[in-house]
Design a protein. Structure first.
Length: 340
């Protein structure tokens, strides 16, 4: 018997980078959003006199030892549970191994979810999030799903009112972006930007403002219970609903952006061109397009399936892989997590 878990991906709708902290990390404010695109993580576990962990994958680039986030997550969970078990993990990679979509971090969260179901036990919620933060900055968001505010180095996570499903195209270039180098380039750039306003505070206020009720200090209502269960995210014409579109347009008006673009695009001009292709023009233009994390994945969000398919075709015509998907609200994230 085994448990198969959909290991969903994420994009960063916005990301502001603060100065380097004493611990070597940078302070961040980011708006995470989970997507339907996923890997598959299969976990088989049974209690045993001693803990053994074996890991396999269809992708030779995936480490099969304790360098792997899924391995570390399972090992840490068993230690906290004061339990020993024989655990087998298989990761079927369908997402880029490195690309700004959180694939490795999502694998860790999926491995924990699979382990808990296999052993019919679970860590308390706060302990799960603490363990996830130790394993990796992006891991905790995958224990929430949907629209999530990330603070600290991204590991302090807070659920935001969910945005309904929106059509999305993710471009996956072959170029690889080094996240440590991107941070070094950002530090060098920041030295020349004395007097720059506090972007972390700016972006936090922007996210808070879109969640407020009409008539308050916010821009629009940030949630709609009638649209949280899926199935009402588009009409017969394949359009996203008004709430989703207005939420995104409100974010754009607040100046949401990904700070990494300022250093990644000059170093990798081809990525800037892909963003331009994702954005499009005229009636088919994206609601929003950006780099995800430090890249190299980029994404666009669209009013209709037809607009998304047109963007996918533009990117593919330029010889770059592009995947069609949708954003994944929190309720759908959890109700579709297990693959049987």
């Amino acid at each position: 018997m085994s448990t198969r878990v959909r290991s969903y991906s994420k994009i960063n709708l916005g990301l502001a980078i603060g100065p380097s902290r004493p611990d070597g990390f940078h302070g961040l404010t980011t708006f995470y959003q989970t997507l339907e695109l996923h890997d598959l993580v299969t976990v088989e576990a049974k209690r045993a006199s001693a803990t053994t962990i074996t890991l396999a994958s269809n992708d030779e680039r995936v480490p099969l030892d304790n360098r792997n986030t899924a391995w570390r997550m399972v090992e840490g969970a068993l230690s906290r549970l004061e339990m020993t078990a024989a655990v087998s993990i298989h990761i079927e990679k369908l997402l880029p191994v490195q690309g700004g979509m959180g694939a490795g971090s999502a694998n860790a969260a999926a491995a924990l979810i699979g382990l808990e179901r296999e052993l019919d036990t679970s860590l308390p919620g706060a302990d799960r999030l603490r363990l996830a933060a130790e394993v990796g900055s992006d891991v905790p968001l995958f224990l929430l799903g949907g629209s999530v505010l990330g603070l600290g180095r991204g590991e302090q996570v807070y659920p935001l009112p969910d945005m309904p499903c929106v059509f999305c195209v993710v471009s996956v270039p072959e170029v690889g972006v080094s996240t440590p180098q991107a941070f070094r380039d950002w530090d060098a750039l920041a030295l020349t930007q004395h007097g720059k306003s506090d972007r972390l505070r700016e972006l936090s206020l922007a996210y808070a403002s879109i969640s407020a009720e009409p008539g308050t200090s916010g821009i629009i209502r940030g949630s709609n219970p009638g649209n949280q269960q899926g199935g009402s995210d588009k009409g017969q014409s394949g359009q996203v609903d008004d709430l989703a579109e207005n939420t995104l347009l409100s974010l754009v008006r607040t100046g949401v952006e990904n700070d990494f673009e300022q250093v990644v695009f000059p170093a990798y001009p081809s990525l800037r061109e892909i963003k331009r292709q994702l954005m499009g023009t005229g009636s088919e233009a994206a609601l929003y397009a950006a780099l995800s994390g430090s890249g190299s994945a980029l994404f666009g969000l669209y009013r209709s399936e037809a607009d998304a398919r047109a963007a996918q075709q533009r990117v593919q015509n330029a010889g770059v892989k592009a995947l069609m998907t949708k954003t994944l609200p929190r309720s759908m994230y959890w109700t579709t997590m297990f693959a049987g």
